[in-house]
Design a protein around this ligand. Structure first.
Ligand SMILES: [Zn+2]
Length: 314
């Protein structure tokens, strides 16, 4: 297998400062267990946290093995016990924030929706069912084939924002669902998205929140660090700044209900200290952590955040 090539980022992607402090060194891949140890740094000026050095754009694909969870088929079957448990434990946050999947806004006219990094097309399928005209961009050929099956009436293009030609001032909604943190140049990506959208259009983001309680508690053992695939880590403050710099205004945010980031971080912490949990114990940890996760979400704090922003003129 060819080796992953690394590159050093000389200036902060958000503010351009060349000054950064090391936050954690020798952080290992908590999700797939790939070899290698990485450093995360914090910009001295704007506090943006990022991986440095990091895999080059040309070799990052090597960091996504076939067992990467986002690339595996979704779990099937009713899992009745787990669903009942979750609907009970997370009732307060659902009551506050609505259903788990993002609310698709009603189409206005012939609403056009663009998803960057659409993966297998599950979210685009929801938007298409709600009446949206959908377009997806996805770099993985395998995922493109699955997305075309999921949204046969949509337009799914293999490539990236930089390589795919799309019309300017065209889209009413743009989505980056757990994508921004994987990009080598999120500033440029949002600038391109801004050009492709109509004024007043809405941007939907989902991404880890490095400012969350669980990130602070688990620190270098937080699974959402997901090295070396997550290249940037935003808090609400640094994300707001990125959005403002690229012509968007944050309008709404909610914690994403995803307590497995807590139980997986517990399991990873124990594993790094010589204790490997059997699968049943892992489920018990998940169940035990869920009430605390629910309380945290209800208080507005979660390991992942969903954000709506409005496109304004820069
Ligand atoms: Zn900075």
């Amino acid at each position: 297998m060819p080796a992953v090539q690394l590159e050093r980022l000389e200036t902060c992607n958000l503010c351009g400062s060349a000054s950064a402090d090391i936050l954690w060194q020798d952080v290992e891949d908590p999700v797939c267990g790939l070899p290698g140890a990485f450093s995360l740094v914090r910009c001295s000026a704007c506090q943006l946290i990022y991986l440095n050095p990091r895999p080059t754009p040309g070799s990052i694909a090597l960091c996504y093995p076939d067992n990467y969870p986002s690339h595996l088929p979704a779990a099937t079957g009713p899992e009745t016990m787990r669903r009942r448990f979750e609907s009970l434990v997370f009732w307060p946050c659902r009551r506050l924030y609505g259903p788990k999947s993002p609310r698709t806004p009603p189409p206005f006219g012939t609403g056009r929706c663009l998803e960057v990094g659409c993966g297998k097309g599950q979210l685009l399928r929801e938007f298409q069912r709600a009446g949206w005209d959908v377009t997806g961009i996805e770099p993985s050929a395998k995922a493109v084939a699955m997305a075309r099956q999921a949204v046969p009436d949509g337009t799914i293009v293999e490539g990236t924002l930089e390589t795919v030609g799309l019309r300017d001032d065209h889209f009413d909604v743009a989505i980056l669902w757990h994508v921004l943190e994987h990009l080598h140049d999120p500033m440029r990506a949002l600038q391109i998205v801004h050009r492709r959208m109509r004024t007043g259009g809405r941007l939907l983001l989902a991404l880890p929140n490095i400012g969350s309680c669980e990130a602070r508690i688990f620190g270098r053992y937080w699974v959402n660090l997901d090295v070396p695939r997550h290249l940037f880590h935003y808090s609400v403050a640094t994300l707001s700044r990125l959005l403002a710099a690229t012509g968007f205004r944050m309008t709404w945010t909610r914690p994403q209900i995803n307590p497995s980031t807590i139980s997986s971080s517990c399991a990873y912490f124990l594993k790094r200290h010589g204790i490997s949990l059997p699968p049943l114990a892992g489920r018990l940890v998940y169940a035990a952590m869920s009430p605390a996760a629910s309380l945290s979400y209800t208080m507005g704090d979660g390991g992942n955040m969903e954000v709506w922003a409005t496109r304004i003129e820069p």
